[in-house]
Write a protein that binds this ligand. Sequence first.
Ligand SMILES: Nc1ncnc2c1ncn2[C@@H]1O[C@H](COP(=O)(O)OP(=O)(O)OP(=O)(O)O)[C@@H](O)[C@H]1O
Ligand SMILES: [Mg+2]
Length: 456
Amino acid sequence: MSSPELDVVEFLLTAAVYTENGDLDERDLPPRYRRVFWSEGDIERPLATTGNTAAAATGVDRPWEAVSGLMFTERDDFSGTIDLSDRDMAESWYVQRVDTERIQENPTLASHFEAEMDEIDYQSSRERNRPVHADRVWIDSLLDEMFDEDDEEMLDLVEVKAPEEVEITMNDLVLTEDQEGEIEKVVKAIEHRDYLAEIGLREIGKLLFVGPPGTGKTSVARALARELDLPFVEVKLSMITSQYLGETAKNVDKTFEVAKRLSPCILFMDEFDFVAKTRSSDEHAAIKRAVNTLLKSIDEVSLIQDDVLLIGATNHPDQLDAAAWRRFDEIVNFPKPDAGMRADILEVVTRRMEIDDFDPAEVADLTEGLTGSDLRLVLREAVLDALTEERTTLTQADLRRAVEGFEERDNLKNMDDFDNWKGTRSDESENGEGDSHDHSDHDHTHESTEVEPPSE
Ligand SMILES: Nc1ncnc2c1ncn2[C@@H]1O[C@H](COP(=O)(O)OP(=O)(O)OP(=O)(O)O)[C@@H](O)[C@H]1O
Ligand SMILES: [Mg+2]
């Protein structure tokens, strides 16, 4: 069991050990402590243990009050520094109160106690500790370093998430076998980067996710970042050009620079079809330049050499030309879910809901053609409708009704823009208008999207 007293003593001990042992580095500090001591991309010794740093690192509101009753602590009233007046006493007090698992989670302490405690293994503790590049503060300090105020708009175009900020997990997603296989391959490739470099296999680590809206492309990419503890760098390609045309090529360069600096990381490029659109139509020369820069940057970035996993996503594979297509080594298809998957998605989405007589298979049968995203909307409607009747327990009938409601809504939407359904999507840039490609293969109601690379 933990207590404020124990938490603060652990913090003080960790800081003392870290400060005196110059062989330890930031990877040996638990993320919750590390966070407090980052400054300009670095952690400097000695680690200052004041009331403030102790509170921030442990979450204990009044750290000094928590430990002032112990015989081995002291405080300097002037500087606010909290210290251990008797290290030996503090160590034996601490060791008597924690299990080895807790020490094992703190590489700094593991290094210290390894010699005297059999079950403690410093090396594995360090390997298990969350990597530095997964810390939000580390990401922020790097971005601060890279961008000054003139570059602010760049940061609007690229969104960087720390894995700790990604909420969706692989467990929340229902994948096809094919998707699972592809993801497993990437995970293995990342794990064995050194081996792949050694045998000269460098063309790996560029994935293209292909499928209609709402089939989980963005979600899978994010969940991967979380699962692999990698920063997630997201770029919407249409955004990159929509703002300052002349700057576009520079923005593309910068994006890749950000990804390389943050590496290992995932670089997610949404709306990849945008590339093809601008190549094939009569766009502004600046955009053409940017697209060429982009294609070149993609060639130059590598999972094996730069530790950047590139994931592109598109709703319109038919618009991608061969030049864009051949830059990806794996194509992952995101079809609309079949009945079995729909039932599984319904199970996942309703995990924390109470539903009387819940029969996911029946709802799945009623929802042919709907995506994971559609199913979430259906359930949201059911929940809100029940709430208007002051109910928080749903019934199967509520779900059926919500499906009907959704279909009506969908019909209205299709009537409005039969040929150009994507025109209603708020995230489409004005580029959508001038685009005269044939959309018939991507009719909203198709059960799945066939993916075939265009011939060269
Ligand atoms: N296979 C799935 N399993 C579980 N949830 C899913 C699945 N597919 C989609 N969803 C849910 O639907 C929502 C939208 O998914 P997401 O944004 O990942 O789709 P997308 O393919 O990126 O769409 P777009 O092409 O419009 O960007 C998310 O909340 C996601 O959790
Ligand atoms: Mg998406």
